[in-house]
Design a protein around this ligand. Structure first.
Ligand SMILES: Cc1cc2nc3c(=O)[nH]c(=O)nc-3n(C[C@H](O)[C@H](O)[C@H](O)COP(=O)(O)OP(=O)(O)OC[C@H]3O[C@@H](n4cnc5c(N)ncnc54)[C@H](O)[C@@H]3O)c2cc1C
Ligand SMILES: *[C@@H]1O[C@H](CO)[C@@H](O)[C@H](O)[C@H]1NC(C)=O
Ligand SMILES: *[C@@H]1O[C@H](CO)[C@@H](O)[C@H](O)[C@H]1NC(C)=O
Ligand SMILES: *[C@@H]1O[C@H](CO)[C@@H](O)[C@H](O)[C@H]1NC(C)=O
Ligand SMILES: *[C@@H]1O[C@H](CO)[C@@H](O)[C@H](O)[C@H]1NC(C)=O
Length: 595
């Protein structure tokens, strides 16, 4: 009976998903994402991220928020803060970063300032002759791309999600996928930037530093996590406009570990999506073609489309029910129908209004990045994770491997899958499986010093942080295998806290970065306890291990109380990576379990 009900729910989800993509309903109250800063008289202001939750679930309270519109207003905001000894952070209109990087220090003492770049988005200067564009840091990725494409030029690299600002995305090392040319990371296309830093009184308390390639300062500033100063302008290199021709091959996953390198070399915009429970790998064949190639396709990625709020809520409710019923098969049913739906709809690729067949050919500006849920015009549909609707809520782990080590990681994950049965991996296939992308070696101090492979995987997060999750031991083991066995680095803008443990030892140029920091921001005006936690990932941050800290990735468990013994979750070694320590369910624990 229960299975049947699940099947019906899933079937109706699929139907409604179809419905929402050919949106019929248009009403007045559009569900665009809510503002990320909300203020009121009693509570002051609170900064949220786009999911409405930071890793530690504590609000980011700030006494003051300013919204400069020009570079001079930005400069004077920094000058005032310097004069008054305030701690400062910048946040964009989007606040799409998962760690609490944008939260200023000093909030408790009220000596903090948040600078929003939300209204600093007016200037986009395209230099056609020199194939470059210079923008205000608050300009959104979509604004930039549309302007560049109008001039028949293209920005080659961009993250797949367009709801980000240029200042924010380069600051965290955001990327798409490519091992060709300058590669898939956007900061490797940055050829100049301006940054506002504190200065002496006789210099007006703050000054703008203009940096052009090949100035080595650029290597520190282009991926600087908001802790060097406020980036005001960014100059990016462009290429003559082009189109792309994209085909997805849904096939078996037997040879991913042997094929990923050739695949990345053969296709300029290659990626691979791996659904481990389905034994399915989806190879993206994606190369550029000349502008005059016929085709006006778009990539409106399924996961970033507006979803009926009803569907988002019922997907969440179904997943929650399956979690509490420990219903692995229900999750697998959901995973298999979602993967089937993605195959049918080519993940959201469209030749015109709908998908009619491969290859889909379209302009770079319409293929590289998407996010149509940002512009929802309806009151009944929104981004699936909109914090106002009790929709999807999940973790995003992103591990960046030296290319030579990636094959071993895949082999280990397969070993684990085959040991515990593939069904226990269904939870990740309900989201996007393992998304495998490619970025090239970079000069940026906080970028990748060698050609790398990036893996994203998303999985269920409980609404209440003290609730353990079905198969959480599996995700914890994969996470620890990635970051501690195979030496992956965490993406700065994603992940749970434990992924940043010992991160400083993984960046050979971290000291160069810190030397620049000391020079530009000697008073640590742009540092906070939150960004220190990410940048220094020190063991001390994790010594204060509260009960249940491993459930939300605030620590790695070493005692049962770090999991949830009362709910049957105990701290155990990993099954393939025996050094891992994970919270595993056991309905009848032995009297003296590991403590
Ligand atoms: C649905 C979704 C999909 C995503 N897809 C991808 C993807 O495909 N690839 C990828 O790499 N990432 C991806 N991300 C992560 C995203 O690209 C990064 O989080 C990005 O940094 C967010 O940009 P933002 O403008 O929202 O920055 P914010 O979150 O506002 O800020 C990010 C950091 O940059 C700093 N900052 C912002 N503006 C400035 C400035 N002007 N000067 C100095 N510092 C500044 C902030 O202080 C903060 O530390 C995704 C995130 C989400 C939620
Ligand atoms: C102000 O915000 C706080 C925190 O979000 C909330 O608890 C409170 O109810 C709000 N007060 C008013 C008057 O809206
Ligand atoms: C800047 O952002 C505002 C608010 O979202 C938007 O209306 C405006 O079009 C943007 N400016 C430019 C130049 O695109
Ligand atoms: C861009 O290219 C198209 C097609 O070749 C042409 O019609 C248009 O004038 C060009 N636009 C610019 C700004 O050069
Ligand atoms: C899909 O991939 C498989 C395995 O690599 C290959 O045998 C097959 O020819 C590919 N199909 C297409 C249409 O390219």
């Amino acid at each position: 009976m229960y299975q049947l009900r699940c099947l019906l729910v899933v079937a109706s989800l699929v139907v409604v998903m179809w419905g929402s993509s050919s949106t019929l309903v248009r009403t007045v109250q559009a569900m665009i994402p809510p503002p990320v800063v909300q203020c009121n008289q009693t509570a002051g202001c609170i900064l949220y991220n786009s999911y409405g939750a930071w890793g530690d679930r504590k609000d980011c309270r700030v006494p003051t928020v300013v919204y400069p519109t020009t570079e001079e207003e930005l400069r004077s905001a920094v000058a005032n803060a310097n004069k008054n000894k305030l701690k400062v952070k910048v946040v964009s209109r989007f606040s799409h970063t998962i760690p609490k990087l944008a939260c200023p220090g000093g909030s408790k003492s009220g000596k903090a300032l948040l600078v929003s770049t939300s209204n600093y988005n007016s200037s986009i200067e395209v230099d056609v002759a020199n194939l470059a564009v210079t923008v205000d840091a608050g300009v959104s990725l979509r604004q930039l791309i549309d302007r560049v494409e109008e001039a028949n030029l293209s920005l080659v690299a961009a993250p797949y999600w367009e709801g980000v600002s240029i200042g924010g995305l380069i600051s965290t090392g955001a990327h798409g996928s490519s091992w060709w040319g300058k590669g898939g990371a956007v900061h490797d296309h940055v050829i100049g930037l301006s940054i506002i830093v504190p200065a002496e009184e006789n210099e007006g308390y703050a000054k703008v530093i203009r940096i052009q390639a090949p100035d080595p300062l650029l290597d520190a500033a282009k991926v600087s996590l908001g802790i060097l100063g406020v980036i005001s302008k960014v100059k990016l290199s462009l290429e003559p406009g082009f189109k792309r021709s994209v085909t997805y091959n849904f096939t078996d996953d037997a040879k991913i570990e042997d094929e990923f390198m050739d695949h990345a070399k053969k296709y300029e915009f290659a990626d691979i999506t791996w659904y481990p429970s389905r034994h399915t790998a989806v190879y993206r064949y994606d190369n550029r073609v000349p502008l005059d190639t016929p085709g006006d396709g778009v990539y409106d990625f399924l996961g970033f489309q507006s979803n009926s709020i009803l569907v988002s809520k019922s997907t969440r409710a179904t997943e929650k029910t399956m979690e509490s019923a420990r219903d692995v098969n229900g999750k697998c049913l959901m995973a298999s129908s979602f993967v089937g739906f993605k195959k049918l709809t080519a993940n959201g690729l469209k030749n015109g209004l709908i998908f009619t067949g491969y290859p889909v050919v379209g302009r770079q500006g319409k293929i590289q990045t998407s996010g149509s849920c940002l512009y929802s015009t309806s009151s009944v549909s929104s981004c699936a994770w909109d914090p106002r609707i009790n929709g999807l809520f999940f973790y995003e782990s992103t591990a960046i491997f030296p290319a030579t080590k990636f094959g071993d990681f895949i082999r280990d994950v397969k070993k684990l899958r085959d040991l515990i049965k593939p069904e226990n991996f269904c939870g990740v296939d309900i989201y996007n499986g393992f998304l495998i992308r490619f970025i090239k070696a970079s000069q940026a101090h906080l970028g990748q010093s060698e050609d790398s492979v990036v893996v994203d995987f998303n999985y269920y997060r409980a609404s209440d942080g003290s609730t353990p999750r079905l198969n959480q031991d599996v995700w914890e083991e994969v996470e620890q295998m990635a970051f501690f066995k195979h030496g992956a680095k965490p993406h700065w803008a994603k992940n749970r806290n434990l992924a940043f443990l010992n991160v400083q030892s993984k960046y050979p140029n971290l000291n160069k970065f810190l030397a620049v920091k000391k020079k530009l921001d000697p008073q640590d005006m742009f540092s906070s306890e939150w960004s220190d936690e990410i940048l220094f990932g020190k063991e001390d941050n994790y010594n204060n291990k509260d009960d249940g800290c491993a459930l939300e990735g605030q620590c790695i468990c070493s005692e049962d109380r770090h999991c949830s013994p009362s709910q049957g979750y105990f701290c155990k070694p990993g099954l393939v990576y025996s050094e891992a320590r994970v919270c595993r369910y056991n309905s009848s624990p032995p009297p003296s379990s590991m403590s």
